[in-house]
Design a binder for this molecule. Structure first.
Ligand code: 3PG
Length: 308
């Protein structure tokens, strides 16, 4: 029997990427199934019924979805963060979960810099803005995206700092980036901070008032990581207290309407998460996901498994 590989993406990949994924699945002799732009969970529950493998993006894979997917062996998150997958539920059902690290990192990094430029130019309101040249940038977490942000920011002539509890200082400094030893130091030092921490129990609400109030005058916080890492009540307070503080995000906060109404010139959220939404990133992540699934079924390769 042919293995059935479902691509289930509420936010679709570029058509070209879907074709490439299909080609890989077809060439491997597997069956390709597609569910895009679904509007409700029951549609996903129905689509996963027959699937042996699922490729997802930020789609939620919880115990209910896994229970509906009786033949499922593997879920591949075509992207980096896998906080949208219930890993314990997958592990207890002996389902392998993988991600495709690094594949969309440049796309997210380019957006982070674009948001910094948008902030520096006062949201293109016609007034005289400022430049990124010579400004201090704090990269919070030096993973694949953080590294790409630093690479591009070098081109802008920014002075770059990074804090990452899990990355050795030498690995940061070899890129011409100053490693600092705490988040506090990063926020105290840098006018621009770009967030690249994953959403975990440890990082939830971690970006709070104590950190944000340390930022220098004309502070700009850019979040292309996850909504959950921000303490949204604290952020609102900082925005109220500091008329010099700007927040730009690729992940719409729960208090979006309030922030928009109160701070139209200092708060911006993309209408939909756009960081990884380029044809290049879709191709990279989609192709990697398809290849990882084929490899898993043909050779048992679990290199990118995240629930080992
Ligand atoms: C990721 O974790 O890879 C990014 O946040 C991209 O998410 P997306 O696939 O939903 O655009």
């Amino acid at each position: 029997m042919k293995a059935k590989i479902l691509v289930a993406t509420e936010k679709p990949f570029a058509a070209e990427a879907v074709q490439k994924i299909k080609q890989i699945i077809d060439n491997a002799g597997f069956e390709f199934l597609l569910l895009e732009k679904y509007a409700s969970k029951p549609q996903l529950l129905e689509a996963v019924k027959e699937a042996n493998a699922v490729v997802i993006r930020s789609d939620t894979i919880d115990a209910e979805v896994l229970d509906a997917a009786r033949n499922l062996k593997i879920v591949v998150r075509a992207g980096s963060g896998y906080d949208n997958v219930d890993l314990n539920a997958a592990t207890s059902r002996k389902i392998v979960v993988m991600n495709t690290p690094g594949q969309n990192a440049n796309a997210v990094a380019e957006l982070a810099l674009a948001l910094m430029v948008y902030a520096a130019r006062n949201f293109f309101d016609g007034s005289s803005g400022s430049e990124l040249l010579g400004k201090k940038l704090g990269v919070h977490a030096y993973g694949n995206v953080g590294r790409n942000v630093a690479r591009i920011a070098h081109g802008f002539g920014m002075e770059i700092y990074a804090y990452d509890a899990y990355c050795p200082a030498e690995a940061i400094e070899k890129d011409g980036v100053k490693a600092v030893s705490s988040a506090e130091e990063l926020y105290k030092t840098c006018r621009y901070v770009s967030l690249h921490i994953p959403a975990t129990a440890e990082t939830k609400n971690a970006i709070n008032r104590a950190l944000l109030e340390k930022m220098p005058p004309k502070a700009v916080l850019v979040n292309t990581a996850r909504r959950e890492v921000i303490n949204e009540a604290d952020l609102l307070k900082i925005m109220e207290e500091r008329p010099d503080f700007k927040y730009l995000t690729d992940i719409t906060p729960a208090n979006d309407a309030e922030l928009k109404a109160k701070f139209p010139n200092r708060y911006f959220s993309t209408p939909k998460k756009m960081g990884a939404q380029t044809s290049e990133a879709n191709n990279n992540a989609g192709i990697a996901a398809a290849n990882q699934i084929v490899d898993f079924f043909k050779t048992g390769n679990t290199k990118f498994q995240v629930n080992k």
